[in-house]
Design a protein around this ligand. Structure first.
Ligand SMILES: [Zn+2]
Length: 309
């Protein structure tokens, strides 16, 4: 009796700690299952699939170009400590290296389910000039998350791995992945319907992030830079884009949050076209609208820029 009473304060203290964490509890740690996602779209999928059972952090800080991310010592430790690391192999050299060095117990490379395609033609040309980028991307287009079906496949793979890490909640993870997949399918339907009848099918973008998206809806992407947003476009590339804009009667170009706005502004001014914004979701501020909302805003910009009925 005496013993149980004595233990009570300790128990209370332990539960207070749990509440001070993320409020979720489950096997092991006070904060639930720790998931480290390499980029925002994977963090979004992990959060949706894991719900309250997981606590998700992202290796790419807001406002950082994920194509050239470096990891801090603390993030390196997180790679080793996480219950599950979700990343896109071949996209971020620093993350690939950390995963192979720190060898987390569970690492999911979504490249295994994302069906990555070769870089879009224009981007590949630009890419070939840059040996460094070649090493990093292996000639494949990383931006699979802008294709709703590919992101749904990644979500299902995340659910399978979370189910392995935390078998007690396997059903919850799979059900959550199903809900997200249904939402993504509805978003896909919205895109398909909205982009059926447009004056133009040419999407002039800053960096070549929209290959999967344009392919999915029968559009064509022309990118000013290559696959890397920081790649400086060559004068030849800018000339080619100018010609495309003039020849194909393009009336709008799309810039993006992390791009140098000067290039698009110059093109727009010279050719008398509008400048709109498309967010490739490469990077994301935690307080900013989420994947679903950004995709809706992107669709509005596409409808306006392409003159869709
Ligand atoms: Zn990108």
């Amino acid at each position: 009796m005496f013993r149980r009473r004595a233990a009570l304060p300790a128990l209370l203290a332990a539960s207070a700690l749990t509440l001070a964490g993320c409020g979720a509890s489950s096997a092991g740690s006070d904060d639930g299952i720790q998931v480290l996602a390499s980029i925002y779209p994977l963090a979004y999928a992990a959060e949706r699939v894991g719900g309250d059972l997981v606590s998700v952090s992202t290796a790419t800080p807001a406002g950082t170009d994920p194509h050239s991310v470096e990891l801090s010592p603390r993030q390196l430790r997180d790679v080793g400590d996480a219950d599950l690391v979700v990343y896109l192999g071949g996209f971020q050299a620093a993350v690939d290296e950390a995963v192979s060095e720190r060898a987390p117990d569970h690492a999911l490379d979504v490249a295994t389910v994302a069906d990555l395609q070769p870089l879009p033609a224009g981007a590949a040309d630009e890419h070939a000039d840059d040996e460094h980028a070649d090493d990093e991307h292996g000639g494949l287009d990383p931006h699979f998350w802008l294709d709703t079906e590919r992101l749904a496949a990644a979500a299902r793979a995340i659910a399978d791995d979370l189910a392995r890490v935390d078998p007690d909640h396997a059903q919850t993870y799979r059900a959550n992945a199903g809900v997200l997949a249904d939402e993504l399918a509805a978003l896909d339907d919205e895109y398909a319907a909205a982009l059926t009848t447009c004056d133009s099918d040419v999407v002039v973008t800053s960096h070549a992030a929209f290959g999967y998206l344009t392919e999915r809806y029968g559009l064509r992407q022309v990118s000013v830079s290559g696959i890397d947003p920081e790649g400086e476009p060559s004068p030849a590339r800018i000339r080619a884009v100018r010609e495309t804009i003039a020849d194909l009667g393009v009336t709008a170009v799309f810039t993006e949050p992390l791009a140098d706005p000067a290039v698009a502004a110059t093109l727009a001014e010279d050719l008398g076209v509008d400048v709109l914004q498309l967010d490739p979701l490469d990077s994301h501020d935690p307080d900013a609208p989420d994947y679903r909302e950004v995709m809706a805003t992107n669709l509005d910009a596409l409808r306006t820029g392409l003159g869709c009925a």
